[in-house]
Design a protein around this ligand. Structure first.
Ligand SMILES: Nc1nc2c(ncn2[C@@H]2O[C@H](COP(=O)(O)OP(=O)(O)OP(=O)(O)O)[C@@H](O)[C@H]2O)c(=O)[nH]1
Length: 389
């Protein structure tokens, strides 16, 4: 067995999971045979050299640690297993590996570790000499692929806050090139796909990158995207994000490209809403959640743009960006939003219904839960007509 420690386990799951049953979540990565139910969640592994920034990423994204505080983080010397139970939707485990770990460590059972893994995030310190890191990346991804070919491989070119725009691009190009050459040398360039992200804990890039990692584990993503597209078209919305409120990860967006500024604005809006709600919105006798089914917010920017936030369930929020003129039809937008919310619920009900025991067999790849994407099946009934009555 591996020598991981459950240091950060024990965050209780809130069974009052808003309007959705709590089993709603990612597709199965059910290779594990452990009896601990937490071990059946999809697993994201954080690997990389020492001091590359793995623990900082985990703390900043999932534990609201401020980036400056990470300066005082101690080096990790055992696998730290963190159960992310923020919401009924974003449920997985993050395993933070010590930088010095290598295959010569016989105390780690890599077959078990990679067998139950959904995504492997390999962190490379862009401010440091990265040749050793690339070497390790190659060894880890080839080993992991041999054990479990379904793993998504994500490379975070991290700490890019210290680099200028040109050096960032040059660094990404160089790392990408070398990593591909290494894969080709080891004969895996056709099989293994690496995704690269430029990240820093000092801006929103780390949240954006993690959003993309998490999205790859959501088997219902195409259905969610499709629903957001329909909502946008029928409500004259320019961009919409479905956010996990606690982590500010967006679990889906429409199919138009994401521009970083829009994402940052939406993140900031979530901060404003949760901060204000926690100050003014909580009655003492109630459970102290800052975000509930009443949550909605409207921010008008001075460039004629409106940000509109609506609660989808206790943990998910829809944040839309649209032109102020188009917000005149707020009734239609609200009505369409309700249809959208119902449709999302249908997506997950369908998934749960169709998730047969066959899909949970050991070693099976993540499955789509039988969701058939398309208007005929989801019938989201979004409309351009004003609500009747
Ligand atoms: N400039 C900058 N520094 C960062 C960033 N992320 C992490 N750091 C710093 O990098 C140092 C190492 O971070 P850790 O998170 O402890 O690194 P680690 O990979 O977990 O290290 P080990 O536990 O030894 O494997 C800390 O001083 C962090 O403040 C970043 O995005 N930019």
């Amino acid at each position: 067995m591996s020598s991981y420690q459950d240091d950060e386990e024990g965050v209780p799951f809130d069974s009052q999971a808003g309007s959705f049953p709590k089993e709603f979540g990612y597709g199965a990565f059910d290779n594990e045979q452990d009896s601990n139910p937490a071990d059946h969640k999809p697993r994201i592994l954080l690997m990389g050299l020492r001091r590359s920034g793995k623990s900082s990423i985990q703390k900043v994204v999932f534990h609201k640690m401020s980036p400056n505080e990470t300066l005082f983080l101690e080096s990790t010397n055992k696998i730290i297993k963190d159960d992310i139970n923020n919401s009924s939707f974003v449920q997985f485990q993050i395993w933070d590996f010590p930088g010095q770990i290598d295959f010569v460590d016989t105390c780690f059972d890599f077959d078990m570790i990679f067998g139950g893994c959904g995504a492997l995030v390999f962190v490379i310190d862009a401010q440091d000499d990265y040749l050793e890191a690339l070497n390790k990346l190659n060894r880890f991804v080839t080993k992991a692929y041999k054990v479990n070919p379904n793993i998504k491989f994500e490379v975070f070119i991290h700490k890019v806050d210290g680099l200028g725009d040109d050096s960032k691009m040059e660094c990404q190009r160089d790392i990408h090139q070398r990593a591909m050459d290494d894969l080709s040398d080891s004969g895996y360039d056709q099989q293994i796909h690496l995704s690269f992200h430029l990240t820093s804990i000092y801006d929103h890039s780390i949240f954006e990158a993690f959003s993309k990692v998490v999205q790859k584990l959501i088997t219902q993503l195409p259905a969610l995207e499709n629903l957001l597209n329909i909502l946008n078209t029928n409500s004259a919305i320019e961009k919409s994000f479905l956010f996990d409120v606690v982590s500010k990860i967006y679990i889906a967006t429409d199919s138009t490209p994401v521009d970083m500024q829009s994402y940052e604005l939406c993140c900031d809006m979530i901060d404003v809403v949760t901060d204000l709600s926690s100050i003014y919105g909580v009655k003492e006798e109630q459970e102290p959640t800052a975000f509930d089914e009443q949550s909605s917010s409207l921010i008008k920017l001075n460039n004629g743009t409106v940000l509109y936030l609506r609660e989808v369930n206790k943990f998910l929020a829809l944040v839309c960006i649209l032109r102020e003129d188009n917000f005149d039809h707020k009734g239609i937008i609200d009505y369409n939003f309700l249809c959208f919310r119902n449709a999302i619920q249908q997506v997950f009900e369908l998934r749960n219904k169709n998730q047969s025991p066959v899909n949970n067999s050991i070693g099976s790849p993540p499955v789509n839960g039988g969701i058939i994407i398309g208007d005929n099946h989801l019938s989201p009934t979004l409309t351009e007509d004003p609500p009747l009555g």
